[in-house]
Write a protein that binds this ligand. Structure first.
Ligand code: PMP
Length: 346
């Protein structure tokens, strides 16, 4: 029997492990054109990258229909989030976020000296908007919303985010983390583009790590009001997006349609996986990202071990559940086999 894989961030399958389904990565390699752009750019690695990241920012502004001064980029959206919180918070301040949600949130808040205020999800893995609004105090600087929520899967709706924007005090920044937005098919999902023009304190976080498949290069960004973004840019690490990452991101935006076709294929697999698991009797929350959540509570470790024995590295959350990233068709078939056997074995 294999030892239970203790989760280490960034861990890769070892030995008998055949598939890494633990970090919500894209199972597809970069498109050939993206690889060529990176290889070509590598010839100039003796030079610093474009400090202003002009080409990438221009392409992102065009994609989002905003001005270039409304976009800030960084070394992954986690770094952009850290920059934003550093610019915003000091000791004694508070940041409200859902929990369980993305594990980087409390860490990014702690780095600033501020206090994380985690608000439990509803039983179906959604943000509890009532409780989150009630958790806001005079010290709250930001409320962090994760849609779809990692690791549980459901989105925040337009009505929920509108409510936060209407009811949270006007000096509280509303940060909407849309890391998995391209995988969403729930029509009720918040449409951040419709809200940005009318709401000065709304900031949207995006990443190239998921739908664009560039997790290894580290590119993320935020979109918001120019005055806020100027402050976040000032707090950013100089040359925060390296030269290869800049060209890969620009090329990925050029080839966005091809990348979104891959996302469509992953969504088909995700929906097949969810339907299969539910058919076996699993209670799976609405899965709108490239991952599914099995809320098995105390059995998280045992279930992760069962997957490990079949060569699948998944992500256990002790006492809560197991998150499984959507891989290719074969990987999803194997997930279904293991999950079915686990249920049958009681
Ligand atoms: N937000 C959420 C909700 C995530 O799950 C992740 C990655 N796991 C990120 C942000 C981080 O993305 P990046 O690779 O751009 O730092």
């Amino acid at each position: 029997m294999l030892a239970l894989p203790v989760y280490v961030p960034g861990a890769r399958p070892q030995g008998a492990m055949v598939e890494k389904l633990s970090s919500n990565e894209n199972p597809y390699p970069p498109l050939p054109g993206v690889l060529t752009a990176v290889t070509d750019a590598a010839a100039d690695l003796n030079r610093y990258p474009d400090m202003a990241t002009s080409e990438l920012i221009a392409a992102l502004a065009e994609l989002h229909g905003v001005e270039t001064d409304q976009v800030v980029v960084g070394n992954g959206s986690t770094a952009v989030l850290e920059t934003i919180l550093r610019a915003l918070c000091q000791e004694g301040d508070e940041v409200v976020h859902a929990w369980r949600s993305f594990e980087a949130y409390p860490i990014a808040v702690a780095v600033t000296g501020a206090t994380s205020v985690p608000v439990p999800l509803t039983p179906d893995g959604r943000h509890d908007v009532d409780a989150m609004l009630a958790a806001i105090t005079g010290r709250t600087r930001a409320i962090l919303l994760c849609t779809p929520n990692n690791p549980t899967g459901p989105v925040l709706t337009q009505a929920e985010v509108e409510r936060v924007l209407a009811e949270a005090p006007s000096d509280v920044l509303v940060l909407l983390d849309e890391a998995y937005v391209e995988f969403v098919r729930d029509p009720a999902v918040v449409d951040s583009a419709s809200l940005l023009p009318g709401h000065n304190r709304l900031v949207v976080l995006r990443t190239f790590s998921k739908a664009y498949g560039l997790a290894g290069l580290r590119v993320g960004y935020a979109v918001g009001r120019a005055r806020l973004i100027a402050g976040f840019r000032a707090a950013s690490t100089p040359f925060g997006v390296n030269a290869l990452a800049q060209v890969a991101a620009v090329e990925s935006l050029r080839q966005r349609d091809a990348l979104l076709d891959r996302v469509d294929a992953l969504v088909v697999e995700r929906d097949r996986l969810v339907a299969g698991l539910r058919g076996q009797g699993w209670d799976v929350p609405d899965a709108q990202g490239n991952f599914v959540w099995l809320g098995v509570g105390d059995r998280a470790g045992v279930l992760a071990r069962a997957f490990a024995e079949a060569g699948l590295l998944v992500r256990p959350f002790a006492g809560e559940g197991v998150r499984i990233s959507v891989g290719d068709r074969d990987a999803c078939d194997l997930v279904l086999d293991v999950a079915g056997e686990f249920l049958a074995a009681g």
